[in-house]
Ligand binder design. Structure first.
Ligand code: SDX
Length: 381
């Protein structure tokens, strides 16, 4: 019995959704290179591809876009529930709670019914952005604004978040970010989704499990920490001293490293070019030079260990330029990754076996209960 912490390198399922070549830095969704989709597709078309395995024909795409547009609104009960959340709470906790609450409204569980699956996919892809934007306005003490039916998916999210219709270039770049973050094989949150799906619970619980997993700083939460790190470094000439100190103290550089990639994450390269496109149009973010200096410095020190920028390293600079608050970077990641989680939910149902791995027991041998008076204080940490 081989013990592999974190299941590193252990295949626990067969999947046809996404393939990663970590040595070459290549990523495909259902066989389509990511760069191709990020240039030519849009998020809803890519979500359809991930979930149902093929690019939709024009009629299927129109119907999917129409259904998502029709289901963007969220019940006043969910909005009123969000008004009871503390304004200081993290938006990922608000999202996890509100995503789980959807299960209360759609309690019929018919996971063997293709129409139920289609409806659940539409509802989650349609409502997650509305809930992310709603908490942003509610925590500012405002009422959330309703979706605008004449706006496309990404334009509408930015509108609900900022209360003004976005510049078309900004909306297009945001939509491409959603494509880039939509799926990444068995990352921690997608594995969470598959484990939860394997018990045959409802898709809202599956997504709530995944949201909670994505929130961690080693996973989706890193994009928020990268910006804080760049600001702590402050200027390009401070990148080398910062890096040397972090390595000496065995601290992880946020936005670097990956279980799969031994080269620069291909998504980081595309996000970097999207950042430069935004800066050319709307003005530069001075933290970009710090990021590039850190990447250059890390190449020498961490590159030989196969540690390079990952998807989270440049994404925050793009989101900040789009006017997205820092603690919404990970909820934005979730808006996108719902497509991947739902693709894996559907795939798991297609060939299900409940996840129940084994363990190597390292605890006490059998022993008898003892009277409280006879006990000595146990270590509490
Ligand atoms: C995402 O899995 C996915 O696909 C995730 C994701 C997705 O799309 O879903 O790509 C999204 O989560 C990206 C990762 C975001 N997280 C971060 O940027 C946090 C910083 N990165 C690390 O915590 C780490 O690189 C992980 C968690 C991403 C990967 O960790 P691993 O594969 O478990 O690697 P490890 O922690 O075992 O490290 C191996 C070695 C160690 O050195 P040694 O003890 O062997 O000497 O590499 C070093 C680590 O110290 N190392 C780093 C480092 N990451 C690994 N050293 C400095 N800085 C880092 N960031």
């Amino acid at each position: 019995m081989i013990f592999r912490p974190g299941l590193e390198g252990v295949p626990v399922t067969q999947s046809a959704i996404c393939d990663i070549d970590g040595l070459k830095g290549e990523l495909t969704y259902r066989g389509y290179p990511l760069a191709d989709l990020a240039s030519n597709s849009n998020f809803l078309e890519t979500a359809f591809l991930l979930i149902w395995g093929e690019l939709p024909d024009p009629k299927q795409l129109r119907e999917f876009e129409h259904q998502v547009q029709m289901h963007r609104r969220v019940s006043f009960r969910v909005r009123d529930m969000m008004k009871c959340f503390p304004a200081s709470g993290h938006p990922m906790d608000a999202l996890q709670s509100s995503a789980a609450s959807l299960g209360l409204f759609y309690s019929r569980r018919a996971i063997d019914d293709p129409q139920y699956i289609y409806d659940a996919v539409v509802r989650l892809i349609a409502k997650i952005p509305t809930m992310v934007a709603a908490f942003q306005l509610i925590r500012k003490g405002q009422d959330p604004i309703q979706p605008k039916d004449n706006l496309a998916y990404s334009d509408n999210f930015l509108y609900m978040l900022t209360e003004r219709e976005p510049d078309p270039l900004a909306a297009r770049i945001f939509d491409r970010c959603l494509i880039l973050h939509a799926e990444h094989s068995l990352n921690a949150s997608t594995f969470s989704a598959r484990v939860t799906a394997s018990t045959l619970t409802d898709p809202y619980a599956v997504v709530a499990s995944a949201v909670g997993t994505l929130a961690g700083p080693l996973h989706g939460g890193a994009n928020e920490d990268v910006l804080a790190m760049l600001e702590e470094i402050g200027s390009p000439e401070c990148a080398v001293p910062y890096l040397n100190k972090a390595i000496a103290e065995k601290r992880k550089i946020m936005g670097f490293g990956h279980r799969e990639y031994r080269v620069k994450d291909p998504r980081a390269s595309i996000l970097q070019s999207l950042a430069e496109e935004l800066f050319a149009r709307f003005g530069k973010d001075e933290m970009y030079d710090v990021a590039k200096a850190l990447e250059e410095a890390a190449e020498a020190r961490l590159g030989p260990k196969g540690i390079y920028p990952n998807v989270d390293f440049y994404s925050g600079l793009v989101y900040r330029k789009l006017g997205i608050p820092r603690d919404l970077f990970t909820p934005v990641f979730a808006i996108s990754r719902v497509a991947g989680w739902l693709a894996h939910w559907r795939e798991q149902l297609g060939a299900n076996r409940i996840f129940r791995p084994s363990q190597i027991y390292t605890g006490s041998k059998p022993r008898d209960w003892s009277n409280p008076e006879s006990r000595t204080p146990s270590k509490e940490n």
